[in-house]
Design a protein around this ligand. Structure first.
Ligand code: 3H9
Length: 704
């Protein structure tokens, strides 16, 4: 049914319109925010091509999109729902077989199904600065609308394999060099569509059906990719299927697409697909917070207090985002160390191609200031304190900041555990005080916990989220508790690991089991990396309030008493030297001695039991964090673990995993484990309720 559209355009439906301009039939797509190929886009586009093909005088069709991008992919929100005709593969084949030549104009990010539509057109023009890619693999699937068949025909098998198995987009220049597009142009999508259509008609642009081309056979590239993936991604499902699909490109295009469809369906049915798509939406949903409508304060200058690893990493992240930073330390030595760390971090960014040498020199010369006086921060819009975890020291700093900073400065603490309410109460402006908890290395890790205290102003919360956007980080809102969302849950599940270690599992066995589950590192590798002295300090702080019923495992403390703090001292649970790392026999001897002292007869653990206890502990504390309102929704917890704790992305996060295991099974496990330790293993009320009502955490997410 045609709808109202701007002059000259006829609406095919709400999101697709056509316009006749001489011999050119223009098709415009308008489906904000990213022109996803929804059912309306697919059916509208089909109808638009059909209409224009049958329109007298139209000799060429040009397809473009309005808004910020050409089609950024199939509409992921439709996945899992009953498919509605026309399917994207059919639409692509229909476009390719059109009797009237079709050119498309790409701008923004033409991804997945968007690039598949483009590759089905007879010519492609991309606007300067645009990107193209086939990121399906990051969602646990493969390009399912001919992408695995047409990309190798245009770009060659080796390039197609790289782009499809990595999911990484490429710039227009690279796409042109690889043959994925035919031209780069400047201008407005509609204007370029019009001029490109005329060029296609005049023979100034190639007019080809991609499916008619053949891809040069390259069995070596296929084998090399299989070998690489077997090593680098042994746990993932879809990258391997991507290779199988590309291998079918020697078949006629329609036959190859049948094989592609079969493999696509296998990926769609895989639980990894559900986990990866959950991860994608979680990372976007976390920005939906109660303070989202408040206006963020403007941040043009930042002060960072503390030049240790954390403070220097935070300063680096902010400098890389283009903001000036004043770093303060207690003395010149501290400042020198901080500047040296920042310089090393920036050198690393240059090496990784994230920054030019001139850019680094400019940052060091013009953007980074230093001082040993907190008074130097009087004019900063935001100050982030990153000194060691001592409430007394933090109080002194915030009292001074209260005196020296201008009105309206956002005063943030990077504390990992301490009470932001208590810190805020030391100032006369608690509304300006917030927790900004970065993860080390702060210029690399994507997570930022924005910790909202009782009196934090809504605009200050919005400022934390705006800062995260500027730093390209994922901000998650957390309430105040010991350790906030992430460290609180980690402290709890780390105990489950320690109990298994005490009862008979070795640290290496536990680490291996969790790596096989998909974690980047096991808990003892993480502890060694973070520094055992850090948790030792926290253990001492908590000792006075530790309930008598709690089973306490002092093994890591014993290691620290020997001066073994993990990686930084060359040994902890593992030994670190030129040959890499290996289990520390002296740590194993300490474990044996502690077992004997406690009268524990070690027993054996299977990998399944280790994973089960570890994950059940993680999930039960995650549910308590949710019950107490520390996290807004299950997805906030999932986003924290995916981005700050190396949680396997294909498993979607702890509470997505809880849905996979099932609340009933989790309750059963906790009750079983509680027979040995009823203090540690308790069923959270919310988990029991979900188990009894047959609900899921996904339903809680959907309610928001
Ligand atoms: C595919 O194509 C399969 C085919 O091969 C086969 C089919 C048979 N669908 O990221 P942003 C939403 S699979 C639905 O914040 P940015 C997103 O949730 C697809 N919704 O913006 C958010 O919504 P909200 C392959 C989508 O500018 C809003 O758009 N394509 C989709 O930072 C803005 O997103 C991909 O994997 C979608 N496809 O980044 C591309 N994409 O405002 C996935 C986005 O309600 N998308 N939304 O939270 C991206 O990588 C980024 O969104 C993009 C824009 C780079 C496009």
């Amino acid at each position: 049914m045609p709808t109202e559209t701007p002059a000259g355009e006829t609406g095919i439906n709400d999101v697709v319109s056509i316009e006749i301009n001489g011999s050119v039939g223009l098709i415009a797509l308008d489906n904000p925010p990213v022109n996803a190929a929804s059912h309306a886009i697919r059916s509208g586009l089909w109808q638009a091509v059909e209409t224009l093909q049958q329109t007298d005088g139209v000799e060429v069709i040009a397809l473009y999109a309005k808004g910020r991008t050409f089609i950024a992919g199939a509409d992921i929100r439709e996945f899992g729902k009953p498919p509605l005709d026309p399917w994207l593969p059919e639409l692509c084949n229909f476009i390719e077989s059109a009797s009237t030549p079709i050119v498309c104009v790409l701008h923004g990010t033409t991804l997945g199904g968007g690039l598949e539509v483009a590759m089905s057109c007879h010519a492609r023009v991309a606007l300067t600065g645009s990107k193209v890619g086939l990121p399906e693999v990051t969602l646990g699937i493969l390009p399912g609308a001919g992408g695995t068949q047409r990309a190798p025909r245009l770009a060659g098998i080796a390039t197609a394999l790289d782009m499809i198995t990595s999911g990484k987009p490429m710039g227009a220049d690279e796409a042109l060099a690889n043959g994925l597009i035919d031209r780069i142009a400047e201008g407005d999508p509609r204007d370029v569509a019009l001029s490109s259509a005329k060029d296609l008609l005049a023979g100034d642009l190639p007019n080809r059906k991609t499916g008619d081309l053949t891809a040069e056979p390259d069995p070596a590239a296929i084998e090399a990719m299989r070998t690489k993936l077997a090593k680098s991604q042994p746990l993932l499902f879809s990258p391997h299927k991507c290779v199988d699909a590309v291998e079918a490109c020697h078949l006629p295009v329609r036959d190859g697409m049948k094989e592609e469809r079969r493999l696509y369906e296998e990926c769609m049915a895989s639980p990894q697909r559900a986990g990866l798509i959950h991860a994608f939406f979680s990372e976007r949903a976390v920005t939906k917070i109660p303070e989202a409508t408040a206006t963020a304060r403007e941040i043009n200058s930042v002060g960072v207090i503390g030049g240790g690893t954390m403070g220097s990493g935070i300063a680096t992240a902010i400098l890389l985002a283009g903001l000036p930073v004043t770093l303060t330390e207690r003395d010149q030595d501290g400042l020198d160390r901080g500047v040296a760390t920042i310089t090393r971090n920036l050198d690393g960014a240059v090496k990784r191609g994230k920054l030019s040498e001139a850019g680094r020199d400019d940052i060091l010369a013009a953007k980074l200031g230093t001082s040993t006086d907190l008074g130097a921060l009087s004019d900063a819009d935001l100050v982030i304190e990153a000194v060691f975890e001592d409430m007394g020291v933090k109080r002194d700093i915030f009292q001074t900041l209260d005196k020296v900073c201008k009105a309206g400065t956002v005063l943030a603490s990077n504390t990992s555990y301490l009470d932001i309410n208590e810190i805020a109460a030391t100032t006369s402006r608690p509304q300006d005080v917030i927790g900004l908890h970065f993860f080390s290395p702060a210029h690399v890790m994507r997570l930022l916990e924005v910790v909202v205290a009782d009196k934090t102003g809504a605009d200050v919360v919005a400022t934390g989220f705006a800062l995260a956007r500027k730093l390209k980080k994922i901000a998650v809102r957390s309430g105040v508790c010991d350790g906030f969302i992430g460290n609180r849950i980690m402290t709890f599940y780390k105990k489950a690991a320690d109990y298994m270690m005490m009862d008979g599992a070795s640290p290496e066995q536990i680490d291996t089991a969790m790596r096989d589950f998909g974690f980047a590192m096991g808990p003892y590798q993480v502890a060694d990396l973070a520094g055992l002295d850090i948790s030792w300090a926290a253990n001492k702080r908590r000792a006075a309030t530790r309930p008598a019923e709690e089973r306490y495992i002092p093994i890591a403390d014993r290691l620290c008493e020997n001066g073994w703090f993990g990686r930084k001292t060359g040994q902890g649970f593992y030994i670190y030297d030129d040959q890499g790392s290996r289990p520390n026999p002296e740590a194993l001897a300490i474990i044996d001695a502690e077992r004997e002292k406690a009268g524990v007869t070690p027993r054996s653990f299977t990998e399944d039991e280790i994973v089960s206890r570890f994950m059940t502990a993680m999930i039960s504390e995650a549910v308590r964090v949710l019950e107490e309102g520390i996290a807004l929704r299950p997805i906030d917890i999932d986003a924290v673990f995916l981005n700050g704790y190396g949680f396997p992305r294909f498993r979607g996060g702890p509470l997505h995993t809880a849905d996979v295991i099932g609340a009933g099974e989790l309750v059963r496990r906790i009750e079983e484990y509680a027979k040995e330790d009823a203090y540690y293993w308790k069923v959270p009320a919310l988990l029991r309720q979900i188990a009894e009502t047959g609900g899921t955490f996904a339903e809680m997410n959907a309610k928001g």
